[in-house]
Design a protein around this ligand. Sequence first.
Ligand code: IDP
Ligand code: MG
Length: 142
Amino acid sequence: MAVSLTLGIVKPDAIATGKTGKILAHLEEAGFTLRAARLVRLTDAQAGAFYAVHRGRPFYPELVAFMTSGPCLPMALEGEDAVATLRTVIGATDPAEAAPGTVRKLYAESKGRNAIHASDSDENAAREVAFFFPEGELAGMR
Ligand code: IDP
Ligand code: MG
């Protein structure tokens, strides 16, 4: 498998409870290299656009409210087969169903407040990395 990029976001619950450093360490120990990161407080419009695929789902208003409730940390992460690997490392959406040792099992509070986002396909990873980081902001790209 080739080295690729994915987007992770440390979500507002994990920032508020001081888990950012532990989550970053977990991702680095899992083999990821940080290529870009930025602490941002999303607007309603930004959170709505980022999660546009979920518009109309029952949890969408709660998701947008949560993602705008405090700062979050979008990160461009590089690694072997990055999208699939990060999905495995973060675990299932609901921490109650997440495998032992995954980021969500260790640090998430609930299915909604679940500590971390990860892109779910290479196509979405490219779109989501570009959403937060213009090409020139990816450190070390050549
Ligand atoms: P994922 O983050 O594991 O890819 P998605 O189904 O893409 O999960 O949902 C996006 C986000 O929306 C979840 O991470 C979670 O924060 C929130 N969410 C999803 N389903 C529910 C739900 O049933 N209740 C509350 N929030 C939810
Ligand atoms: Mg998803």
